[in-house]
Design a protein. Structure first.
Length: 317
């Protein structure tokens, strides 16, 4: 059985912060490019698997505590994920319809709710929904909790195969990283500081081979995600780690705010300047990322001051 320390996990916050910074930077880099390049492709290939991988690790903290309380488990996930999902989907839908001069209709809004651009939150909630169903089944037929995730994995696969609607709402590719993250957590006690030299070498090798097209994307993703987790467990505290960890504690608000208000809508109407030069594009991406993060931090600071905005807009307690 995995022993859980329910104190705030600094390594997990750092990894979550690193993942959301990758997401933000990839969007900032995209708005600076005239066309997709290998740098953007390599970031894209890993940033969302890493987000699901981190979410799988984080599941350990609620899963083992709420295993006998399925109702409490799913209630927390609804409040944490679905309230912000409905809010930001609504804002994004209305904003896009206005700037693109489309008509706002109830049918289009309903479709936006089902297939919103905030698909990460939707995917994550459906995964938690499947786990909730699995919790109820395990409680009813007395299956050991160690077997719950395998049972849920089979359940998700069966649902995916026989429920066409789910195939449009969730991808087994993302669920795979979620499960890998959940199980890698159990190896945490066996990881020591001597591992990081080997891990750094493997990461460099994987990145180099990926750019030459030798490694498949799946293997590359697995090596990078697991390596980053191992490294995060051995990082010393410092200012940079504190800043990245702080981003990790507000990953959901940063994800929603930057996508809706700073990236998607402005990008659709050509607000950002594109560059042919890679150096200029990267420089521009770093500047845009910094500006976006400052604006996100300001909005989080303002919105977290009242309980309603904290819960509905930011997804915080």
């Amino acid at each position: 059985m995995v022993q859980i320390d329910y104190k705030r996990d600094a390594a997990l916050d750092f990894l979550r912060g690193f993942a959301i910074l990758l997401v933000v930077f990839s969007h900032a880099y995209q708005v600076s490019l005239t066309e997709t390049d290998s740098i953007l492709n390599s970031i894209r290939s890993v940033h969302m698997p890493l987000m699901f991988f981190v979410s799988g690790i984080g599941l350990n903290y609620t899963f083992h505590r709420d295993i006998l309380n399925p109702t409490g488990f799913i209630k927390k996930k609804v409040l944490r994920l679905m309230l912000p999902y409905f809010f930001w989907t609504t804002i994004h839908y209305i904003g896009m319809q206005i700037v693109l001069h489309y008509k706002i209709t109830l049918s289009n809004y309903a479709r936006a709710l089902l297939f919103s651009d905030f698909w990460f939150l939707r995917h994550l909630f459906i995964m938690f929904l499947a786990i909730w169903i699995g919790m109820i089944l395990c409680k009813a037929i007395h299956i050991k909790k160690d077997y719950l995730i395998p049972v849920v994995s089979i359940l998700v696969y069966v649902m995916f195969c026989f429920v066409p609607f789910l195939r449009e709402c969730i991808s087994l590719w993302w669920y795979l990283w979620f499960v890998i993250g959940f199980y890698i957590f159990s190896y945490k006690p066996k990881i020591n500081s001597n591992t990081k030299v080997i891990i750094l070498f493997v990461m460099l090798l994987a990145t180099g081979l990926y750019n030459f097209g030798i490694l498949m994307e799946q293997i590359y993703c697995c090596i990078i995600c697991v390596s980053l987790y191992v490294l995060s467990l051995n990082l010393r505290k410092g200012k940079l780690m504190s800043v990245i960890s702080y981003c990790g504690t507000f990953s959901l608000p940063i994800y929603a705010i930057h996508w809706c208000l700073l990236y998607s809508i402005p990008f659709s109407i050509g607000v950002y300047t594109k560059f042919d030069s890679v150096i200029m594009s990267i420089s521009s991406a770093f500047i845009i990322t910094s500006i976006w993060l400052i604006m996100c931090a300001f909005l989080v600071f303002v919105l977290k001051r009242t309980s309603i905005t904290r819960r509905i807009i930011l997804g915080l307690k």
